[in-house]
Structure formats: structure tokens, C-alpha cells
Write a protein that binds this ligand. Structure first.
Ligand SMILES: CC(C)(COP(=O)(O)OP(=O)(O)OC[C@H]1O[C@@H](n2cnc3c(N)ncnc32)[C@H](O)[C@@H]1OP(=O)(O)O)[C@@H](O)C(=O)NCCC(=O)NCCS
Length: 183
């Protein structure tokens, strides 16, 4: 699905949230490759993102535009792309179709400026409009900024998978599953 664009004033700078279009694939691909390498808190190691193609990115965007229970929102600060948030149905079956699964990531340079909480609020608002009953996400232990933000929005930890992530340096981190009930 697509949303109407939203504009915010962020300390005199123009912050715009808009739906992704197929034409954004070329612009988004380098972002994905860069953001993977910037943090331990996303799904993949940097080198695992390097082979992603424009076609895969277009398919990802289209799956969020064409599906009425999915959405990919891009954030732009003074016209520059700074990150995105998305949601999709949490599972593949009708029995899971009341649950939205959320992802969000900004470039490191643009974190801690209040963009994430505005973007997350819009994602939650859109999820509620779609009629989902719960919103869910997975966050890596130690990602205190993200965990703080999710708790502020009413998400509660419901479980952990110890050692869910094993890094190339041999260390581990748990995955924390968080859920918010929407009705
Ligand atoms: C997680 C993320 C989306 C948050 O967005 P952000 O723009 O950086 O966050 P904001 O500036 O809007 O701040 C959100 C809240 O976290 C608080 N915060 C900031 N740094 C913090 C820290 N180190 N520890 C705890 N809370 C922190 C802020 O004060 C704010 O809370 P408040 O509204 O109560 O004041 C962003 O940091 C990000 O993309 N990080 C890298 C990728 C990632 O971790 N994605 C999430 C995967 S689950």
C-alpha cells in the first residue's frame, strides 16, 4: 500500500516520509549495502548484502506497494534519503494475517535526532489503519536506543532467543521479540 506523504519540521530542516516507488530501487541499493555494515543490530553482515541486485530491490518495493497489508516508507531530510521503515504480515497464512511485522533502520549519521520516533509513529498509525491486531518486531539485545523507543510506544518483551546472532568475531547476541496489542 502507499501512504500520503508527510512533512515535518525538524529543527528548521524538512523531514519527509513517503512511500517507496519501484524507481527508488537504484537509490536504495547502496543504502542497504552501507547500513548492513554500520551496525551489529541488523540481520546481515556487510558482505552478505553486496550481491543484492536492483531486480531484488524492485521486487521488495513492489511487494510492499501492491500488498494492501504491507508498506515501505522512506525518510528524507532536506531531500536526502536517510532511512526507512516497513511492515508486512508476520506469517504466511491466514491465521497469521492479523499480525504486522515491523522493520526500521536509519543511516547511523542520522540516528539520535528524533527521526526514528516520528517514523515509527507513522508506521504504527498505518498498521492500525490496516486493521492489524498486533504489531511485532525483533530487536538484538544491547540495542538500547531501539528497545527504549519500542517500550515508549507500548511494546513489551515476550521472549528471547539466546545466542540467536553469532558474529564473525565469535561473540553472540540474543534476539528479543517484542509485541504491542492494538485493540
Ligand atoms: C533504532 C532507530 C530506528 C531509532 O531511531 P532514532 O532516530 O535514532 O531515535 P530517536 O532519536 O527518535 O530517539 C528515540 C528514543 O531513544 C532515546 N535514545 C537515544 N539514544 C539512546 C540510547 N543510547 N539508549 C537509550 N535510549 C536512547 C531517545 O531519547 C528517544 O527517546 P525519548 O523520545 O524518550 O526521548 C535508529 O537509531 C536506527 O535506525 N538504528 C540503527 C538500525 C537499528 O538498530 N534498527 C532497529 C533494528 S530492531
Amino acid at each position: 500500500m502507499k501512504i500520503e506523504p508527510r512533512t515535518y519540521d525538524l529543527n528548521g530542516r524538512s523531514l519527509v516520509f513517503r512511500s517507496a516507488e519501484k524507481e527508488d530501487a537504484e537509490m536504495l541499493l547502496p543504502y542497504l549495502k552501507r547500513v548492513c555494515g554500520e551496525t551489529r543490530f541488523l540481520l546481515r553482515e556487510a558482505d552478505e548484502c553486496k550481491d543484492m541486485t536492483i531486480e531484488q530491490e524492485e521486487a521488495f518495493i513492489n511487494s510492499h506497494v501492491e500488498n494492501e497489508k504491507a508498506c515501505l516508507i522512506l525518510a528524507e531530510l532536506d531531500g536526502e534519503y536517510v532511512g526507512n521503515a516497513s511492515f508486512d504480515v508476520a506469517g504466511g497464512s491466514r491465521r497469521n494475517s492479523h499480525r504486522a511485522d515491523i522493520g526500521i533502520a536509519l543511516y547511523l549519521d542520522y540516528t539520535g535526532m528524533g527521526i526514528g520516533k516520528r517514523l515509527f509513529a507513522l508506521i504504527l498509525e498505518t498498521i492500525e489503519k490496516c486493521g492489524f491486531e498486533t504489531a511485532e518486531l525483533t530487536v538484538v539485545e544491547g540495542n538500547n536506543r531501539a528497545i527504549h523507543m519500542y517500550k515508549t510506544f507500548g511494546f513489551m518483551e515476550v521472549g528471547r532467543i539466546p545466542k540467536a546472532n553469532k558474529y564473525d568475531d565469535g561473540t553472540y547476541a540474543a534476539d528479543i521479540h517484542m509485541v504491542k496489542s492494538l485493540n
